[in-house]
Design a protein around this ligand. Sequence first.
Ligand code: KIV
Length: 293
Amino acid sequence: MKKERRVTVPTLQEMKKRGEKIAMLTGYDFLTAQLLDRAGVDVILVGDTLGMVFQGHESTLPVTVDEVIYHTRAVRRGIHSALLVADLPFLSYQVSIEEAVRNAGRMLKEGGAVAVKLEGGSTAVPVISALVQAGIPVMGHVGLAPQSCNLIGGHKVQGKTVEDIEQLLEDAQAVEDAGAFSVVIEAVPWPVAREITSCVTIPTIGIGAGPYCDGQVLVTPDLLGLFTAFKPHFVRRFAQLGDETLKAFETYVSEVRTGGFPTLDESYSLDESLLKEWQQVSREIPIAPDREV
Ligand code: KIV
């Protein structure tokens, strides 16, 4: 019997050593998680992007700990192999170390996640260290930090000056030194992401950070062409499910309106003897002439 592959934190580190690329995607629900897992995705992230692509908010800021836990539980039920990472939403880890440990712990205890992800470089060191000491694996996230979009004036490419570039390198190294097992690099020019990837020993997972990272992540509804409000430069739509889905919904509406759905084949019929019995007690039952019983 084929042995089932289960991705763990050390698996990702071994993949980096072997030069094997890591495929990570976001997931928010049971059905999609099943498909991601079957496709061989190594890491499924219940990202706080759920606020935008699932709830329709303009940013990730409104997402709560309870909401991430709710989605993480659903995704957990769809996974056999992939490593499940839950995102720590805005204000769940910035207020105090104690709150951070409690909220991150809930992701594991109640959500069934194996690890958490949080945004921040050097400034996040105390919280990363505390979580790791508590036995909670942490994925870092440097470069564009969407939870700080109000501070930085939107979702912009990072590393625009030499000082910024040096800070990015310092941030990634600090995240590794604090004990993170991996780090997401978001919206960073590829030469900088390549340099970070060669400097740190933990796997780097890029999103808008070029091809030289140890792995890649995309927001799944972007990849599927389901989220179409805007398309970041780095997104490739591997399918056009938005168009396909819309077509299916429109066809359904039209078939219902014209009586084309459901057909009798798509309906439950009545056993002939039961029908006869019924007709004896109520002879008024109209049976359509073309109706098969
Ligand atoms: O929340 C999220 O989905 C993320 C990915 C974009 C990495 O942080």
